[in-house]
Design a binder for this molecule. Structure first.
Ligand code: IDP
Ligand code: MG
Length: 138
């Protein structure tokens, strides 16, 4: 079983000034940051990353939102990383996210929901490799 997950601080989280607060919550929860970068996705790259959602009604809005401003991408390491991180970020819709979760604290809507978190070990590995080479992981 893998012990990494992949996250992004989405354009709203960055634009609203929450990079520091979100990273603090992540590291306070026991995650080690093993890779990190600050970048602005093109629509093409955002579309490739979210290809699994292609065809869903929200896909085009998701791609345009994720390419609307800079993001922070990171690989996080901890025991039970994927499942624990889903608990830390809270539900996709921030109005349903538990109090104190990252989305409860910092997200405004289901599309502008502050952070991404991998949903399985398999996808964590795929997503981490999408953004980072082995030379960029520590
Ligand atoms: P997740 O980010 O909690 O894993 P997913 O179902 O994988 O949620 O959806 C990916 C992203 O697509 C969500 O984080 C959110 O930004 C967006 N999204 C999902 N469902 C909806 C929706 O019903 N309306 C608008 N955006 C959505
Ligand atoms: Mg997902």
């Amino acid at each position: 079983m893998s012990n990494i997950t992949f996250t992004m601080i989405k354009p709203d989280g960055v634009a609203n000034g929450y990079i520091g607060k979100i990273l603090d919550q992540i590291t306070s929860a026991g995650y080690k940051i093993v890779a990190m970068k600050y970048l602005h996705l093109t629509a093409k790259t955002a579309g490739e990353f979210y290809a699994v959602h292609n065809g869903r009604p929200f896909y085009n809005d998701l791609v345009s939102f994720m390419s609307s401003g800079p993001i922070v991408a990171a690989v996080l390491e901890k025991e039970n990383a994927v499942a624990d991180y889903r608990v830390l970020i809270g539900a996709t819709d921030p109005t349903k996210a538990d109090v104190g979760t990252i989305r409860n604290l910092y997200a405004k809507s289901i599309d502008a929901n502050a952070v991404h978190g991998s949903d399985s070990d398999e996808n964590a590995a795929i997503e981490a490799s999408f953004f980072f080479s082995s030379l960029e992981r520590f």
